[in-house]
Write a protein that binds this ligand. Structure first.
Ligand code: ZN
Length: 256
């Protein structure tokens, strides 16, 4: 696991402005991407030099169509080549959880699959996962949930993960390339977006659609839009406030 990024606040004035926006808001909605979790040492696999520039992603249809590809997918999963195992929530995750606990923020929509919002204490019902969750698996037919630890034992013993009792294919509960977006989380994300008056993007380049539509919908609906991301994003021009800084540092600053 890579060392966690240093959390230093460089733009105190912008963070102060964000604190005021939080104070004035009736209903905050968070939207998080890879950038919040890189501060926990999880690599951003979309970035240059990231996992996807070294290893070709497996598409859903390939996974469904070939036992060999499924074996490869599980091998990658249990090799921890994506760097998720053992990662812990950081100050950014903890601050998000705290605003939700206070009732000031309604939920967090996330593009991440690392389960760190739940580990930070956000109730399952208030984490809206657009790309699923990599910390457990589901049967693609009957949707039965199976813990990865159990599947790993099977993989170590047999070299693969067999079908569910119902005959369906087991797959980690993430949304793969080529797989359709999950209906219920997409609907909930849309509803929460329309209810929010302050939409706060934390660590997303806003380049993956349809997920990246939500900040635009919020803005068109009259909500204030804030983007906290180390790099410029495609929607900076649309935002009421843009902060290019450490998420952990900004969120700690405004949460004190
Ligand atoms: Zn099944």
């Amino acid at each position: 696991m890579a060392a966690a990024t240093e959390l230093t606040l460089t733009d105190t004035a912008a963070a102060d402005q964000l604190r005021e926006m939080f104070a004035d808001s009736r209903r905050i909605l968070f939207f998080t991407g890879a950038g919040i979790s890189t501060e926990s040492g999880i690599p951003d696999f979309r970035s240059p030099g990231g996992l996807w520039s070294k290893m070709k992603p497996i598409y859903f249809q390939e996974f469904i169509g070939s036992e060999e590809i499924r074996r490869e997918a599980w091998r990658r999963r249990f090799d921890n080549s994506d760097g998720w195992v053992g990662a812990q929530p950081n100050q950014g995750h903890l601050a998000v959880a705290e605003w939700i606990r206070r009732g000031k923020a309604a939920a967090v929509i996330t593009q991440n699959v690392d389960n760190l919002h739940q580990l930070a204490g956000v109730p399952e019902s208030q984490v809206i996962e657009l790309h699923g969750n990599s910390t457990y698996a589901r049967c693609l037919t009957c949707q039965r949930r199976v813990e990865l630890a159990d599947l790993e034992k099977e993989f170590q013993a047999t070299g693969n993960v067999g079908p569910c009792d119902c005959g369906g294919i087991m797959k980690s509960a993430t949304i793969s390339f080529g797989q359709s977006m999950p209906e219920l989380p997409m609907r909930r994300a849309h509803e929460e977006t329309l209810l929010s008056d302050l939409f706060v993007v934390l660590g997303s380049s806003l380049s993956v659609f349809p997920a990246a539509e939500f900040p635009r919908i919020a803005s068109h609906n009259g909500a204030s839009l804030v983007i906290v991301n180390r790099e410029p994003t495609q929607m900076d021009e649309l935002a009421d406030l843009v902060i290019h800084d450490s998420i952990g540092a900004v969120m700690t600053h405004i949460s004190q």
